[in-house]
Ligand binder design. Structure first.
Ligand SMILES: C[S@@+](CC[C@H](N)C(=O)[O-])C[C@H]1O[C@@H](n2cnc3c(N)ncnc32)[C@H](O)[C@@H]1O
Length: 307
């Protein structure tokens, strides 16, 4: 484990409180239907900035934050900046995924003795691309947004990966994959995180329920014969781990499929009534605080591993 400059401090009342390096932010979290921790109220009160969607899209305290700042998560450095939509250039629930991808790449390198070819689709600011490149994979990074691809390139520079073999593609994912199929280009490890709704480079509409099957069919056709893995992740309601597993299963490739929820974890103080021997004899219950991990599910993943 290296440096970890991200912490989920607390959640509740439809919000989450997160620390990104030197700054703490409050942002919406509709899953957090429980109440905020009483002993963390001072942290909430002292947050640097908050975002809400109550009347349109609103930041408060955005002027307390720099234009952009950097955090480090294990081997990966990420440039952060507040966007009008409340995104800041990282989805922290994917951090565990970066680690799994790095381990799979290392296993593949030990077997194959040549760099794994990694394809990151809907790649956003490139956290997974950085992780894969740090693990030695040759990468191809695809996103329809020119601005997001530039952000990912800035991250590559920050990570000392400017000269690492990374292809940067600004295009619609399905158009790009069709081109790769025609050219006979193949990949050993693929990550795809299709949005519920998105736009391609020329405004092509991407609606997950219609476009996803085409994407998965294309993904199947760009997989190398002895591929290592396909990771499919989703933030779309109803795309449960079982649904994602079924989609990977239907690709008809040999391998093991595993799946789960992407989680954000905080340490929470729970108050519980404990009855100890003393209090039983006194017929009195005592309250006791104990710390436990509180997980917020924030999306789902499934993985097809070729073993
Ligand atoms: C939710 S983000 C993905 C998050 C990213 N995988 C991560 O974990 O950091 C969705 C990304 O898909 C891109 N996108 C949406 N529709 C697309 C399309 N048709 N082709 C390529 N990229 C698309 C958007 O520009 C955006 O960067």
């Amino acid at each position: 484990m290296g440096k970890m400059e991200y912490t989920l401090l607390d959640s509740g009342a439809g919000e989450k409180l997160e620390r990104f390096g030197d700054y703490t932010l409050i942002r919406p979290c509709f899953q957090a239907i429980w109440s905020k921790s009483k002993d963390k109220m001072n942290l909430w009160d002292n947050a640097d900035a908050s975002f809400n969607r109550k009347k349109g899209l609103n930041w408060q305290g955005r002027d307390h934050l720099p234009q952009n700042w950097t955090i480090q998560i294990n081997s990966v450095k990420m440039k952060l900046s507040t966007t009008d939509f409340g995104h800041i250039g990282i989805f922290p629930e994917t951090i565990q995924l970066w680690e799994s991808i790095q381990s799979q790449i290392k296993v593949a390198h030990a077997k194959q003795k040549q760099p794994l070819k990694f394809l990151n689709l809907f790649a956003y600011s490139g956290g997974a691309t950085m992780a894969a490149a740090h693990a030695g994979a040759h990468c191809c990074h695809v996103d329809a947004s020119k601005g997001m691809v530039q952000w990912a390139r800035d991250n590559a520079e920050l990570n000392g990966l400017s000269d690492h073999p990374i292809r940067w593609i600004v295009d619609d994912v399905n158009k790009f994959l069709q081109r790769e199929i025609r050219r006979g280009v193949r990949y050993d490890g693929i990550l795809l995180d299709p949005p519920s709704f998105g736009r391609g480079k020329s405004g092509e509409l991407y609606k997950i329920e219609h476009a996803m099957l085409e994407t998965l069919d294309n993904v199947k056709r760009v997989l190398s014969d002895d591929f290592s893995f396909v990771y499919l992740t989703s933030h779309t309601p109803g795309f449960t781990p079982t649904v994602l597993s079924n989609l990977l299963n239907k690709m008809g490739k040999n391998g093991n499929i595993s799946s789960g929820e992407m989680l954000l974890s905080s340490i929470d103080t729970f108050e519980s009534k404990v009855i100890n021997k003393q209090s039983i004899s006194n017929s009195k219950n005592k309250s006791k605080n104990h710390n436990e991990t509180l997980n917020i599910p924030n999306g789902t993943w499934a993985c097809l591993e070729n073993r």
